[in-house]
Design a protein around this ligand. Structure first.
Ligand code: PAN
Ligand code: ZN
Length: 192
């Protein structure tokens, strides 16, 4: 038996970054191609290909059962057409793994959908601790004017299934309507 050495990573609350991250992932619009419902608006914005979000990985170990992964995500403010910037969204490859999101800055929504067709949207602003139960697909959306930042804590072996959402889309969308965020059904959604 080997015992993992305890450690601390510092989360920069203003910027949303992790100091000395293990890995940084940057997602530009081109990495999310086909996910925004308004294909014309997406094609238009692809010309400047904005940076949509970044993930700062804090956990420095193996994807082993029993360990916890954690990272911050910062989503920049902005829209493609009238749809707010969001993360790709995924199910966990090990579907029975849950996750906790803790909002550090800004505001937005955690959109979730279950395999039997239920949809759910949790509003998050600094202090919100939102729970993603096992099996729910999840995506976060920045509906505010500043960066939306949250800490995610998850079983290190949860893994990612991006394919299902890349193929079917997400059931609900957050769009700006009369100057406010509104949850609407995705006209392009198909269930497999
Ligand atoms: C989060 C997400 C992160 C980025 O750490 O991975 O917010 O979203 P996508 O992975 O959908 O691009 C998480 O849910 N991990 O399991
Ligand atoms: Zn997840």
């Amino acid at each position: 038996m080997t015992y993992k050495t305890p450690f601390t990573k510092w989360l920069e609350l203003e910027s949303g970054k992790v100091k000395d991250p293990v890995l940084v992932q940057q997602r530009h619009l081109s990495d999310l191609k086909g996910l925004f419902y308004d294909a014309e608006a997406e094609a238009e914005r692809l010309r400047d290909n904005p940076l949509i979000y970044e993930v700062y990985l804090a956990y420095d170990g193996e994807a082993q059962e029993g360990q916890l992964g954690y990272s911050t995500t910062l989503i920049y403010p902005g829209k493609v057409g009238d749809e707010y910037f969001f993360t790709k969204g995924h199910y966990h490859a090990k579907g029975d793994r849950a996750e906790l999101y803790y909002c550090l800055k800004g505001e937005g929504y955690l959109l979730m959908q279950s395999p039997n067709g239920a949809v759910n949207a949790q509003f998050m602003s600094a202090g919100a601790g939102s729970y993603v139960p096992p099996y729910w697909g999840h995506r976060t959306v920045n509906t505010g004017q500043e960066r939306f930042v949250f800490l995610a804590v998850y079983p290190a072996d949860a893994g990612y299934d991006y394919g299902t959402i890349a193929e079917n889309g997400f059931a609900s969308l957050m769009v700006e309507k009369d100057g406010k965020a509104a949850l609407v059904s995705n006209p392009n959604f198909s269930r497999s």
